[in-house]
Design a protein around this ligand. Sequence first.
Ligand SMILES: CC(C)(COP(=O)(O)OP(=O)(O)OC[C@H]1O[C@@H](n2cnc3c(N)ncnc32)[C@H](O)[C@@H]1OP(=O)(O)O)[C@@H](O)C(=O)NCCC(=O)NCCS
Length: 145
Amino acid sequence: MRVTTPQLPAEWAAYYQLRYEVLRQPWQQPPGSERAPDDDAPGTVHAVALADDGAVIGVGRLHAATATQAQVRFMAVHPAWQGKGVGGAVLTYLEKEGRQRGLAECVLHARAAAVPFYERAGYAVVAPSHTLFGSVPHFLMRKEL
Ligand SMILES: CC(C)(COP(=O)(O)OP(=O)(O)OC[C@H]1O[C@@H](n2cnc3c(N)ncnc32)[C@H](O)[C@@H]1OP(=O)(O)O)[C@@H](O)C(=O)NCCC(=O)NCCS
């Protein structure tokens, strides 16, 4: 497994497909709902974890929310690969990219079920945040980069 930024058209397609399948489809959200307006902004960093056969098994992105603060969004690992270090590798890659851009801290809105994953990576809960699709509570979390 290796983490890189998507380059081939097929990797980009698989990147958004995995984001959709893990983060939108289970809540009956329509195709296209996985996209964000700033996905194509020049400062947005995208990461894919590729299995040895080239399959996209994990995704995530980071952007600069302010001059000093990074924000991670859309972290998703294929269900068959969860709990095997893929998400951790994607997060580490994104944090390194944020650090290289001079960003001092990183924030994210974690689904309740993912809070322990981010705590393991050094994030602390700041406060409860929004509830997505009427049923998925989130928590604002933060970490020094
Ligand atoms: C949350 C998610 C991105 C984590 O990725 P992952 O590949 O499953 O996590 P990893 O295997 O890299 O886990 C890294 C560490 O966190 C721990 N961890 C991961 N998920 C955990 C959980 N739910 N509870 C407790 N610990 C957890 C692992 O045990 C591991 O610890 P270790 O380094 O001591 O072995 C992934 O499970 C996922 O896509 N979940 C569904 C979608 C989702 O919730 N996305 C996040 C939206 S905010």
